[in-house]
Ligand binder design. Structure first.
Ligand code: FES
Length: 159
């Protein structure tokens, strides 16, 4: 462990978890899940740490992190906006919703606003197809979206 990491309780916790998983076959994905749970995302220094501790190539760790979309390489914003890109929402103009959010927030899918308030991600069907097009902000579902409604909802989260 680097000197900086020895003093960091998050790295110490991750080291403990890696120690536990080291004996299991193919522990990489489990370890990365735990790492994301600890850090909130997987930055390059965590990838390096995991590679070193599990004694596997950094390229393997990086490959897994970037392959699965449930791993985040950027910190998440305070609120996560999930735009539904499922079939019903697609038909009802989900891409327009993404476009409006891009205009309103200045970010695209997978990005976080500079003030750290919003992260924009995409999902496939949140089970509210009758309200399409739909987005979720944290655990709240917002449907029948148009520009006016999106602006109004965002304003609530900006307060
Ligand atoms: S497709 Fe969007 S909620 Fe089902």
């Amino acid at each position: 462990m680097d000197a900086v990491q020895i003093d960091n309780p998050k790295f110490r916790e991750l080291e403990r978890i890696i120690g536990k998983y080291r004996t299991i076959d193919g522990p990489l994905i489990e370890v990365l899940h735990k790492a994301q749970g600890i850090f909130g995302y997987i930055p390059p220094e965590v990838e390096r740490f995991v590679a070193k501790e599990l004694k596997i190539p950094l390229s393997t760790v990086h490959g897994v992190v970037t392959f699965y979309n449930f791993f985040r390489t950027q910190p998440q914003g305070k609120h996560v906006i999930n735009v539904c890109l499922g079939t019903a929402c697609h038909v009802k103009g989900a891409s327009r919703v993404v476009e409006i959010l891009r205009e309103e927030l200045g970010i695209g899918i997978g990005e976080t606003t500079k003030d750290g308030r919003f992260t924009l991600t995409a999902v496939r069907c949140v089970g509210a197809c009758g309200l399409a097009p739909v987005m979720m902000i944290d655990d709240e579902v917002y449907g029948r979206l148009d520009r006016e409604k999106i602006k109004k909802v965002l304003a609530e989260y900006r307060e």
